[in-house]
Ligand binder design. Structure first.
Ligand code: XMP
Length: 511
């Protein structure tokens, strides 16, 4: 990347990704690097600023993460947060204390008058988010206290001449309302950043990068229709044209018309060289008689890899595998550098001597950045904001044995649900909504006749990350319309139920 760069030294804190996101929201490109590689990286890449994250350690512990003092002599401004603040004090000759109490939660912060660049435009009394036990008791030489709380005498410190700053609180979390302002002061006033990280530049740069690495080479991509692999594929298509070959394994477990829509979009709208493998029958055969949810998942995963590998072998020599790996996967893998092949994209069966290289154009982007990039390169809103859809598809929404007649009911009911949610403009508010078949038949009455038909379940949840969710409070009249349309339009259904459970204790999917 040719952008101005801020390096974030990772000390293992829980908010590290959030710091990076906040910096990028301010249009400054940053990377999270393991603390042990920071000094080399900083010497080589001449960053505009360095941020130390928090972390679970205590500076005096044996083996606690540390850095050579040289990092403060590079002439690059440093902002230490929480553990990073304590470490700064420790390295520069201050003293850290481990008291027998914690300071946790929203805390009143008093900012000393004349607090330097970092607190410019911030009120003298503010609320900040604290989460620590240790604190800085004695300042290093040349530092002054710029903010304190009732329990923490050095909630912020600085050495304006050397542009070294420390914060015991967390400016990156929402609970510190002035945090964005403070980070912006650091980036723009202290580090002199301009904010040149934009999607326009990024798209051009990523395409150029793929061209440089893979021109004249054959690149293979497993396309699922999900946001990440789609954005990666369209980028690569723009870079190397037909040398990108996308294999779309249609396992027959997609939603209504979804397979056709994916094929049409990539082939017709983006002129991507795509092979669609209609493997529905093969998957159904493999799933015959299987009722256990985990067993179903394993079979689908195994079958997917076999089909993908068989197709890949037909293509002859392949040089690169294109993957939609994104930044949270890279950071979570712990390395911040090397990446692992995602298990669901595993190329287990491909011959070892293929010597595949990896292309991961999105590996430094967060999900919201992938979406913005997708829009920038012309992907439609509908695709970019596609709701999450599990890899094993409708199989995990078809309880009990997966059979075509059951899948057909789910597809039709799901299509009605989606139509009605969209018609009421609720699709932007609800994280995920879908129909499932709980494998229950019940007695009903239609006209003069009794029926013994399937029950369709509706699940709709609000969430921000799928880790927790709440059931969506869909207005009754919308639910009524969905229910009456499903029972009248979908053959073999006489009852509709709505799942009103949150996660936890339930999960989003039923299997
Ligand atoms: P749960 O049901 O665990 O789902 O609350 C959380 C999120 O993950 C999706 N999900 C999956 N995605 N393969 C996937 O790629 C799977 O096997 C799978 N199972 C659940 C689910 O749709 C929700 O967004």
């Amino acid at each position: 990347m040719n952008n101005e760069l801020v390096l974030i030294a990772d000390f293992g804190g829980q908010y590290n990704q959030l710091i990076a996101r906040r910096v990028r929201e301010l249009h400054v490109y940053c990377e999270v690097v393991p603390y042990s590689t920071l000094l080399d990286r900083a010497k080589n890449s001449k960053p505009k600023g360095i941020i130390f994250t928090g972390g679970p350690s205590s500076v005096y512990e044996a083996g606690a993460p540390a850095l050579p003092a040289e990092v403060f002599s590079l002439g690059v401004p440093v902002l230490g947060i929480c553990y990073g603040h304590q470490l700064t004090a420790h390295i520069l000759g201050g003293k850290v204390l481990s008291p027998d109490f914690k300071e946790y939660g929203k805390v009143e912060l008093k900012i000393k008058s004349g607090g330097g660049h970092l607190f410019k435009g911030i009120k003298p009394e503010e609320i900040c988010w604290m989460s620590h036990r240790d604190y800085v008791e004695v300042l290093p030489a040349g530092f002054e206290v710029t903010a304190f709380t009732r329990k923490c005498p050095v909630a912020a410190m600085e050495n304006e001449d050397r542009k070294i700053y420390g914060l015991q609180f967390h400016p990156e979390v929402e609970h510190t309302p002035f945090g964005r302002k403070l980070l912006s002061n650091f980036l723009f006033d202290v580090c002199g950043c301009k904010g040149d990280w934009t999607m326009q530049n990024l798209a051009a740069e990523l395409i150029k990068d793929i061209k440089e690495k893979a021109s004249g080479k054959k690149v293979l991509c497993a396309l699922s229709g999900g946001v990440d692999s789609s954005v990666a594929a369209v980028l690569a298509g723009k870079a190397i044209g037909d040398n990108l070959i996308c294999v779309f394994v249609d396992h027959g477990l997609m939603r209504k018309n979804e397979g056709d829509e994916i094929e049409k979009m990539f082939k017709r709208d983006y002129h991507i060289n795509m092979v669609r493998v209609n493997a529905g029958e093969r998957f159904l055969k493999a799933l015959k008689g299987i009722r256990d949810p985990e067993e179903k998942r394993k079979i689908i995963g195994r079958e997917f890899i076999s089909v993908f590998d068989e197709e890949a072998k037909k293509l002859g020599r392949i040089d690169f595998l294109l993957q939609g790996t994104i930044y949270p996967d890279v950071i979570e893998s712990g390395s911040g550098e090397a990446s692992v092949i995602k298990s669901h994209h595993n190329v287990g069966g491909l011959p070892k001597d293929m010597n595949l290289g990896l292309l991961e154009p999105l590996r430094l982007l967060f999900k919201d950045e992938v979406r913005a990039l997708g829009l920038e390169i012309g992907l439609p809103e509908k695709m970019v904001w596609r709701q999450p859809f599990p890899g094993p598809g409708l199989a995990v929404r078809c309880l009990g044995e997966v059979r075509e007649e059951k899948l057909k009911i789910i597809r039709e009911a799901d299509a009605i649900l989606r139509e009605e949610i969209a018609a009421r403009g609720l699709d932007g508010e609800i994280w995920q909504y879908f129909a499932f078949l709980p494998n229950i038949k019940s007695v009903g009455v239609m006209g003069d006749e009794r029926t013994y038909f399937h029950t369709v379940g509706i699940r709709a949840v609000t969430s921000t990350d799928a880790m927790t969710c709440d059931w969506a409070k869909i207005p009754y009249d919308v639910l009524e319309k969905i229910s009456s349309r499903i029972v009248s339009e979908v053959e073999g259904v006489n009852r509709v139920i709505y799942d009103i459970t949150s996660k936890p204790p339930a999960t989003i999917e039923w299997e």
